[in-house]
Design a protein. Sequence first.
Length: 476
Amino acid sequence: MPKFFIKTYGCQMNERDSEQVAHSLAALGYERVGHESEADVVLLNTCSVRDMADQKALGKMGMLGRLAKERPHMVFGFLGCMAQARGASLLKDLPHVDLVVGTQKFHRVADYVDELIKKKNGKARPVRAGLAFGPPHRAMDDLRFSVVDVEEEAGSQSTIRDQRLTLGQATAFVSIMQGCNMHCTFCIVPQTRGAERSRSIGEIVAEVRDLVSRGVKEVTLLGQIVNLYGRHEFPKVDNKSPFVQLLESVHEVEGLERLRFTSPHPIGFRDDLIDAISRLPKLAEHVHLPLQSGSNKILKAMHRAYTAEKYLDLVERIRRARNGVAITTDIIVGFPGETNDDYRQTRDLAEEIQFDNAFVFRYSPRRDTPAAEMPDQIDEHLKEERNQDLLEVVNKSNYRILELLVGSPVEVLCEGPSKTNRARLMGRTRTNKIVVFPPSPKRRPTGESEEFVGQLLNVRIERANGFSLYGMPLLE
């Protein structure tokens, strides 16, 4: 049985795409392994939004060249946004790469891999498990069968629909659309993922029903700009946007406990969506609302299509619509032309809003984007200085909000063992805060904790650190 290893660089959409590829390979009889040294197939699913992800993926693949020389019958491939943007050029400096597949062809990866495995191994007898199947005397250059597929494909948005679930898995991501039409000047996604294309409501609801029937309690709807779902394909009904219609339909799935969505755009928050937040109880009390900058000058240069004042008003409307809602965000510092005053406006707005958390990024030039060619690029040292300063502001507001929960019971969906301490469990509140807690000794004297995984628990918060909460399960 061939074995495969897949590593993802980037956002939740990339993770979901990787899971689709893994599902397809497993359906062909391939076994997933946890390290490239155990694999016959190594795939890197790459994000191109930030340069760091590109460089990590390229560096990783370069290091794998040694493994390719030792085991020439292995298959190596790039998938995703960087593959889409760079195409066949990725083969130039990485001679062991066999496969480059873009963002609209994830559903074809398994067939391409299987074809490459068969070509490389021919009819040779298999050897020891975990090692290459073919005869060891053939050189890597003799086994180069490159496949590059970065073409567009109609209907590709409906191909990310199959998932393998682990035992007790409580949460799942559901892709509802592909592409983006916004063309922010710092972003390469419209070039790598194409124009907006949405799945039908019926398809999405069917996938959610299937996930819930297999034990999933919480679903997150994914889209590059998720709240603009279906705006070009489907009509409004009763003055409700297609996205709100989708939220209502998914909300009706029996057995679903929580519903989330990410990532939205401020311009997609119309009255109907604010109303849905106020009246759909399964919608979790958490909105991730990218700000990017608090300076109107910089927002205009970014092509963000809103002002700082409109963003602040939107935050206030969301908070009025749902008591206790958490607001998190994305912010870019050091965008071309950002003066000290522009940065101060961003800092002041973050102070005023008091975000529950924020992802703060130093601006990273991406080739083929307008911002990369703009004048007044900011010095890296100044970017880092602003990044650290804003992180301090965000961390203070985050800690203050966490401290307010100490002593209170919260509902936690247990996701499994904590990554930092396998003897403890972790889960998330409805406001998406991480909670770490021990298995209750009264329920499981042996300390085993399997029965909690995938369950909703009430946990009393006992303390907070900068990023997580710690508590004790409350017994009925």
